[in-house]
Design a protein around this ligand. Structure first.
Ligand code: HEM
Length: 330
């Protein structure tokens, strides 16, 4: 037998012996097992059963699939954020997972934040599929069959925010200072979470059904996550670095890009789609959630900022006006 193969068998023997396993039995299993196929690995057949439009309008398929694509990118983003929160995996050369690392380093942090930036850039760029890729007439009809569901109810979108920043930065900007002074706990802050403002009925001023359902399903989960991430969100991980590492310009830039990608660029293209389909000269079409979307969605009104410490007062003042993007990164 070739030496290369005998060496590998030796390594395998060591690997299995370490866990008290008998290599011979595993080799039997290998002899019997089938070759892997693309369709089994990717579960493509199942994946393609998950698009279930509510109407016969052909363009509804675009709407549903693009939301699913977005959720998958959100999942990839959260996958990186979970690893960042735990300092990264310790994988041995033989492929064995030895659990989380004890400490994060600046290069790892900036590379992983860079991955999330690429996901958001892909989403921002591809949002044209929503803005220009559907017939307005069809959209305005089929959306009525989707009431009161809204992208507002995307839990992963909020989880990304919780994993990126200290919770106080997600409190409605008009009462944020007050909560800093009072040193409020997470439950207090959650009562004033920024997104409540985007889910108030225009006519009655009451919480929308969209929000009520969202809270019922996810509030406890969000609070639990906020608690867990209060010490391991991306900003806290950055804070845990040495003073020298914190000055790394690549890392600082990656964090600022993340702030702009999640809090300006994506919200702006998303807002553009609302303006295309719901905006009208003779008065806007109410959103499916019945909200004040014109006042709520534009980033310049919300001023959600993950890393206020990294921006100047002027940059914060100009938040969401095209100035930030063109002046900071180009
Ligand atoms: C034609 C395309 C779209 C239109 C017209 C649209 C419209 C809206 C509107 C009006 C709102 C405000 C809440 C409400 O009243 O429902 C909203 C919120 C939201 N939508 Fe969309 N949307 C579109 C596509 C998407 C897609 C593809 C996603 C991806 C998941 C998405 C995710 C969200 C999120 C996360 C919010 C909450 C934003 C925040 O709280 O700042 N939307 N959308």
């Amino acid at each position: 037998m070739e030496k290369e193969i005998t060496d590998k068998i030796k390594l395998l023997e060591e690997k299995y012996a370490l866990m008290g396993q008998d290599l011979n039995s595993y080799l039997d299993g290998l002899l019997l097992s089938n070759y892997l196929t693309y369709w089994d690995y990717t579960q493509v057949d199942t994946l393609l059963t998950l698009q279930k439009p509510k109407t016969d309008f052909p363009d509804e398929l675009i709407f549903i699939i693009y939301h699913q694509i977005t959720e998958l990118y959100f999942k990839l983003s959260l996958h990186e954020m979970e690893q960042i929160a735990h300092n990264g995996r310790n994988i041995l050369p033989n492929g064995m997972d030895k659990g989380w690392k004890d400490k994060i380093d600046a290069i790892y942090l900036s590379e992983r934040v860079g991955r999330v930036n690429r996901y958001f850039e892909a989403l921002t760029k591809s949002f044209e599929i929503m803005i220009n890729g559907m017939e307005k007439e069809q959209f305005l009809r089929y959306r009525m069959a989707l009431l009161p569901a809204s992208g507002f109810q995307s839990a992963q979108y909020r989880m990304i925010e919780i994993a990126c920043t200290d919770f106080i930065n997600l409190v409605d900007k008009d009462v944020r200072e007050e909560h800093v002074t009072k040193k409020s706990d997470l439950n207090d802050m959650f009562k004033f979470i920024y997104w409540n403002k985007g889910a108030t009925e225009l006519v009655t001023g009451k919480k929308t059904l969209t929000l009520e359902q969202f809270e019922k399903k996810y509030s406890a989960k969000f609070l639990q996550m906020a608690n867990e991430y209060s010490t391991k969100n991306i900003w806290q991980k950055y804070q845990s670095l040495t003073e020298g590492e914190k000055q790394d310009p690549k890392l600082i830039n990656a964090l600022k890009e993340l702030d702009v990608n999640v809090n300006i660029n994506w919200p702006l293209v998303h807002y553009k789609s609302a303006a295309r389909y719901l905006g009208a000269k003779d008065g806007d079409v109410p959103a499916t959630g019945g909200t004040n979307w014109q006042k709520y969605l534009p980033p310049r009104f919300q001023k959600r900022i993950f890393y206020p410490q990294l921006w100047t007062d002027q940059e914060k003042e100009q938040w969401g006006k095209s100035w930030v993007d063109t002046n900071v990164f180009r």
